[in-house]
Design a binder for this molecule. Structure first.
Ligand code: SF4
Length: 330
C-alpha cells in the first residue's frame, strides 16, 4: 500500500470497506478467535518525562505505588485462575525493579504457571533484556509512539529515538515476540506523518503492534491539547491489520475511554486482542497514564466475564490459548 493510498484511507470516506477488509484479514490469519491478556501494572514510578503521560516523573500530583513481588505473583495467580494464558507485566521505567528482581519474578511465574509472559518495562539495557529472556520471558512491548524522530523528541524529552529503535531490534534479535506501537493524534501529528508512521512501523516486521488515540492528561504539558480522533485510530488499526496480516493487534484501552464500545469497534476494525488490568483494585486506578485509565470499579473476574460475553456476542470465540505470533522477518 502506498503512502497516498494510506492518507486517503485515513481521511475516511471508505471506512465500511476498509473495516470489512481488515476483519476478513483477521479471520484469515486467526480464525474466529480473539485473544485475552491480563495486565499487572506493578509500578507507577517512572524516571521519564513523556509530555503526554500522567506517570511522568515531574508529576507530583499522583499517588505512586509499587507492588511487592508476592503481590505481583498473587495477581498472576488470579489471572491464571481466570483462564487467561498471557500476563503482561507492566510498569513505568522504574530502576527499583532491577535486572535481578524482574528476572526472579519472571522465573517464578514460569515455574508456577503454563502461561506466556510479556514484559513492558521501557528501555532497559540489552543485558537485562537477555537475562529476562533467559528467565523465560516470551514477549516484550517497547512502544515508539511515533516513528518520526523530530516529533519523538517533542513527545519524549530526554529520550533518544535511535536508542529506543535499537532496543526494539535487540529484542527481536534475542528471540522475543516483539511489540511496539504508535499513538494517533498527538500534537503536531498530521495524516501525512501518521501514514509515514504506519509504513515505518510495518517495516520493523513486528509480532505485536498497537495504535491508540491520544488522551490528554491535565497534569501534563499536553493537558490542554485536543485529543486524538478515535475514527483515525480505528482506521490506523485497520490499515495496520492489512499491512501486517499476522501481527497481534489489540483494541486499546485508550480507544475504550474515548469511544463508546471502543473495544467492540476495535475488533470490528481488525483487532484480535483484548487486554485488561488485573492489577489489585486497591491501587489499579493510580496507574493513571491518561484520565479514565483503570477506573473500572468491578473485579477482574467480572471484567473478563463481560469481555468473553462481548466476544461471543460478536459471533467470535474468546480464545484460551497464549496467542503467540512470530512474524517471518526473512
Ligand atoms: S509513557 Fe512510559 S516512559 Fe513515558 S512517562 Fe509514561 S510510563 Fe514513563
Amino acid at each position: 500500500m502506498r503512502r497516498n493510498e494510506i492518507i486517503t484511507l485515513l481521511q475516511g470516506g471508505s471506512d465500511a470497506s476498509l473495516f470489512e477488509m481488515a476483519r476478513a484479514q483477521r479471520v484469515a490469519s486467526f480464525g474466529e478467535e480473539i485473544y485475552l491478556r491480563g495486565i499487572v501494572e506493578f509500578s507507577s514510578h517512572c524516571r521519564c518525562r513523556c509530555n503526554y503521560c500522567g506517570l511522568r516523573a515531574p508529576n507530583d500530583q499522583i499517588h505512586r505505588y509499587r507492588l511487592t513481588p508476592s503481590e505481583i505473583l498473587s495477581a498472576v495467580d488470579e489471572l491464571a485462575a481466570l483462564g487467561l494464558a498471557t500476563v503482561v507485566l507492566q510498569g513505568g521505567e522504574d530502576p527499583f525493579y532491577d535486572m535481578a528482581s524482574v528476572g526472579d519474578i519472571v522465573s517464578q511465574v514460569k515455574r508456577d504457571h503454563d502461561i506466556a509472559v510479556t514484559l513492558s518495562l521501557g528501555e532497559r539495557g540489552s543485558d537485562a533484556f537477555a537475562h529476562w529472556r533467559a528467565c523465560g520471558a516470551d514477549r516484550y512491548l517497547l512502544k515508539m509512539e511515533t516513528m518520526n524522530e523530530a516529533l519523538y523528541g517533542q513527545f519524549r524529552p530526554g529520550c533518544d529515538f535511535h536508542r529506543r529503535l535499537a532496543g526494539v531490534r535487540t529484542l527481536q534479535t534475542l528471540g522475543y515476540e516483539t511489540g511496539s506501537g504508535i499513538i494517533t493524534g498527538l500534537p503536531g501529528m498530521t495524516l501525512e506523518t501518521l501514514a509515514d508512521d504506519i509504513l515505518a512501523i510495518t517495516a520493523l516486521k513486528l509480532d505485536m503492534i498497537s495504535a491508540g488515540p491520544f488522551v490528554p492528561h491535565h497534569q501534563t504539558p499536553f493537558g490542554t491539547q485536543a485529543g486524538g480522533d478515535p475514527r483515525i485510530a480505528l482506521r490506523t488499526m485497520a490499515i495496520l491489520r492489512l499491512l501486517n496480516p499476522t501481527a497481534n493487534i489489540p483494541a486499546t484501552s485508550a480507544l475504550e475511554i474515548v469511544e463508546k464500545e471502543g473495544r467492540r469497534q476495535g475488533i470490528d476494525a481488525g483487532a484480535n486482542v483484548l487486554m485488561f488490568s488485573v492489577t489489585p483494585e486497591s491501587v489499579r486506578k493510580n496507574y493513571a497514564i491518561y484520565p479514565g485509565k483503570n477506573q473500572e470499579t468491578q473485579s477482574a473476574a467480572h471484567t473478563i466475564t463481560n469481555a468473553r460475553a462481548l466476544i461471543r456476542g460478536m459471533g467470535l470465540i474468546p480464545s484460551t490459548s497464549r496467542g503467540g505470533v512470530k512474524v517471518d522477518r526473512g
